[in-house]
Write a protein that binds this ligand. Structure first.
Ligand SMILES: NC(=O)c1ccc[n+]([C@@H]2O[C@H](COP(=O)([O-])OP(=O)(O)OC[C@H]3O[C@@H](n4cnc5c(N)ncnc54)[C@H](OP(=O)(O)O)[C@@H]3O)[C@@H](O)[C@H]2O)c1
Length: 283
């Protein structure tokens, strides 16, 4: 049985491959990557698979039984890219696709949801058995903001009192591995999120506690936050998108208390306090 992993050279994919090697023989894992040289340390076979090049996907998916399709990082191109993968999977007779989507993709107002929903629809249309892992935010998303918050004496955002049920990449990777290596998941849609939800006010309090400084959360109107991010050097489109995601958080888009993630991995999810500790240690 061969398991193919796309995005295997990405941050999530690397953890998946390493965790999967603990459960199945390395010979049965194929890393589907854009650049084999980036995958040399993974310790599994690699095949070229570029979401933009259908011909590479068609040959890469030959004799793959199970495919973990890790969503592309190329926002705006993803629906087409993922469709290319699904088409190649159908041509090659792939028997099961596990796809990493977004938490509550069907109701979320977050701009990223649309492409994930299109891919979920494409999977349903393909006739290939599938499982959807609707991943919430990574706790690591906040690591980069912590040194800036400490330096600027405030954590900035537009998320209001919205609760964020984040978990670490390791948690989501272990969930993917649990699904790939056990039975009973076909046709299921999992809403995967952290056990402990936090608001950005809670995050500011945790940063304050660990840094022993007062770092309150300052909630800003969405356009003001986007302008500040642009002033920090982010491209205007990305700044507006990030501020918009916070607006989605304020509406509850990234909250989930179903604890399906900790249930799949049979342990509690990683708390945000660990990200804060790591960021402070490194700064
Ligand atoms: N839940 C969250 O908070 C969150 C945050 C960020 C992203 N995401 C989503 O989750 C995915 C995995 O997260 P991550 O942290 O592992 O992201 P990442 O480190 O940016 O990895 C993205 C992966 O996508 C691959 N990729 C991009 N374009 C491709 C293409 N045209 N053909 C083939 N592969 C392509 C990259 O390949 P290379 O290694 O060759 O660049 C990389 O392996 C992301 O891609 C994104 O869809 C979720």
């Amino acid at each position: 049985m061969k398991i193919g992993i796309t995005g295997a050279t990405g941050q999530l994919g690397r953890i998946v491959v390493n965790k999967l090697k603990e459960k199945v023989s390395a010979d049965s894992i194929i890393a589907l990557v854009r650049s084999s040289s980036k995958a040399a340390d993974l310790g599994v076979s690699t095949r070229e698979a570029d979401y933009e090049k259908p011909e590479t996907l068609e040959s890469a998916l030959k004799d793959i039984d199970t495919l973990l399709l890790i969503s592309s990082s190329e926002v705006g191109k993803r629906a087409t890219q993922h469709q290319n993968v699904i088409d190649a999977a159908r041509k090659n007779g792939v028997k099961w696709i596990v796809y990493t989507s977004l938490l509550h993709a069907d109701t979320s107002t977050i701009s990223l949801a649309g492409e994930h929903l299109q891919t979920e629809a494409a999977l349903k249309q393909s006739g290939i058995p599938f499982t959807i892992l609707r991943n919430g935010w990574y706790t690591e998303n906040y690591g980069g903001a912590i040194p800036g918050a400490i330096a600027g004496d405030a954590l900035l955002g537009s998320a209001g009192d919205g609760k964020i049920s984040a978990a670490s990449r390791k948690d989501y990777a272990e969930a993917a591995v649990a699904v790939l290596t056990t039975n009973g998941h076909q046709g299921k849609v999992y809403e995967l999120a952290g056990d402990e939800a936090f608001t950005l006010t809670d995050l500011g309090a945790e940063i304050s506690k660990q840094s022993r400084k007062n770092i309150p959360y300052k909630n800003l109107p969405e356009d003001e936050y986007a302008t500040i991010l642009t002033n920090f050097g982010l491209p205007a489109g990305l700044a507006a998108a990030i501020a918009g995601w916070d607006a989605g958080i304020s509406k509850g888009d990234l909250f989930d208390d179903s604890k399906q993630l900790s249930s799949l991995i049979s342990r509690p999810t990683t708390p945000i306090a660990e990200v804060v500790a790591e960021a402070i240690k490194q700064s």
